[in-house]
Write a protein that binds this ligand. Structure first.
Ligand code: SAH
Length: 442
């Protein structure tokens, strides 16, 4: 792109957060060495020299999840000493309220006997650990169900941290390459936990899916409107600088630019996460067939933003094309695209802001309970500032959103049996979906 090899990233500066507070009861792991990875750059430049410029999606996929040198595969990037911090790492309240949401949806579905908790991209396992603690505390409610945990994770480094957090490292590796479960174990409460590389491999059945800051890590295609039509943005080697990458525009339409732009698109620059769309379609199909719900939490927009692709390293913005593999790459989630790809077979709720969702879930009451049981002034202060980080509209409160897929029947008003005339108000409303509507205390 002429004179525009770096996109303007200023409006997105405030998205990944500097850690203000560390999570209560969560020890942080030792920092991984954050060395540049010349092997990744060399791998990319030789690939491009051999076969031509690659799509941004291919670039992002290679940089993040290449099985040998990928950023997610090699690093433990989460936390004060990593590249970014996330809501579950900031406060235990986040995962606890997600736990309540899961139980509430399980109840809304008529308390099925089997409940699979499926998390996509579980990071350090903190969210799952907080969810399981809620399950333990509410065992009188969920005790009747047989609960299992299924984690979809590409990173062996993070999978190890997750196993430490959830099983205390007990567990076993898979027997062979054929087994889609590459690690399995039991939580401290005896619940079975299995690790998979792909959602495809998770067994069918009633499931509640959670994806927190997962979709923003999936590869995006980038497109630019030109006077000759839409053109895909590609990554090329800079002919003037050895070992330096640059953006270029494909001279003619690519498969992606011909198929991924929506009719009537008004923006001049568009990012499309086709992989995210494919995962949403899979979630929708699983929810329709087996029952359950999906809760997606991420930063994003509703089909309005243009250029959001950016890098993070040591809590600072990082040029997406320099030292590939040494920094996180991310793009805002386009919730309107997720809604479109979900199709009409499931109901979509949201996006609602993190602030509204957590308020509706009762975070204020939870904070009060934690404060009441805590005398240590520094811990009390930590609770208050982590609440502020999650909720403040200028911090994470308005930037992050919750979006949900539900079975259509979950929101359907029960219909009157044939020929029977129901009196007004006798036709019960469906149970409200927690988080997306204000809590009513009765
Ligand atoms: N949910 C966690 C971690 C977010 S970081 C939190 O909020 O703290 C993104 C997570 O998704 C990491 O665990 C990363 O290893 C995983 N991940 C990234 N791309 C993935 C992919 N294609 N398939 C499965 N997991 C992926």
């Amino acid at each position: 792109i002429k004179n525009k090899s770096r996109f303007n990233i200023w409006p997105f500066c405030a998205v990944r957060w500097r850690p203000a507070q560390l999570r209560l009861f969560c020890s942080s792991s030792s920092p991984d060495e954050q060395k540049p990875r010349p092997s990744m750059l060399r791998h990319l430049t030789s690939k491009i020299k051999a076969t031509g410029p690659i799509t941004v999606a291919e670039y992002m996929r290679e940089v993040l999840t290449n099985p040998v040198t990928g950023y997610y595969v090699k690093n433990s990037m989460l936390g004060a000493d990593g590249d970014f911090i996330t809501s579950p790492e900031i406060s235990q309240m986040f995962g606890e309220l997600v736990g309540i949401w899961i139980i509430s949806e399980w109840m809304g579905a008529g308390r099925p006997k089997q409940l699979q908790l499926v998390e996509l991209g579980p990071g350090k396992g903190s969210l799952a650990a907080d969810v399981l603690r809620v399950f333990r505390q509410l065992s009188s409610v969920v005790g009747g169900a047989s609960v299992s945990l299924h984690l979809v994770e590409v990173s062996p480094v993070l999978a190890r941290l997750q196993a430490d957090a959830l099983t205390g490292s007990s567990g076993e590796e898979a027997d062979g390459d054929e087994d889609p479960v590459y690690h399995r174990g039991r939580t401290r409460d005896g619940l079975p936990v299995s690790w998979y590389r792909r959602l495809d491999d998770v067994p069918a059945g009633f499931s509640v899916f959670v994806a927190q800051e997962f979709f923003d890590a999936l590869p995006i295609h980038k497109f630019q409107r030109t006077d000759r039509g839409w053109r895909e943005v590609m990554v090329d080697v800079d002919p003037e600088k050895e070992e330096q990458l640059r953006f270029v525009l494909a001279p003619s339409p690519t498969l992606a630019s011909s198929t991924l732009i929506q009719a009537g698109e008004r923006r001049n620059h568009v990012e499309v996460c086709a992989e995210g769309g494919a995962i949403i379609q899979q979630l929708a199909r699983r929810i329709t067939d087996g029952g359950g719900a999906a809760l997606i939490a991420d930063y994003g927009h509703d089909g309005t933003k243009t250029d959001t692709f950016r890098g993070f390293k040591g809590h600072q913005l990082h040029d997406v094309l320099s030292s590939p593999g040494s920094a996180d790459l991310t793009a805002d989630v386009d919730f309107s695209y997720l809604r479109k790809t979900a199709g009409g077979g499931v109901a979509c709720l949201g996006p609602v802001s993190q602030r509204n969702f957590l308020k509706n879930m009762g975070i204020d009451a939870r904070l009060q309970v934690l404060l009441r049981s805590c005398a240590d002034p520094s811990v009390r202060q930590q609770l208050i500032s982590s609440y502020d980080m999650l909720m403040n509209p200028k911090k994470m409160g308005e930037r992050f959103h919750f979006f949900s897929l539900l079975q259509l029947s979950r929101l359907a008003r029960p219909t009157a049996p044939n020929g029977l005339k129901l009196e007004k108000n006798k036709n019960p409303a469906p149970l409200p979906v927690a988080g997306f509507t204000e809590l009513q205390y009765s």
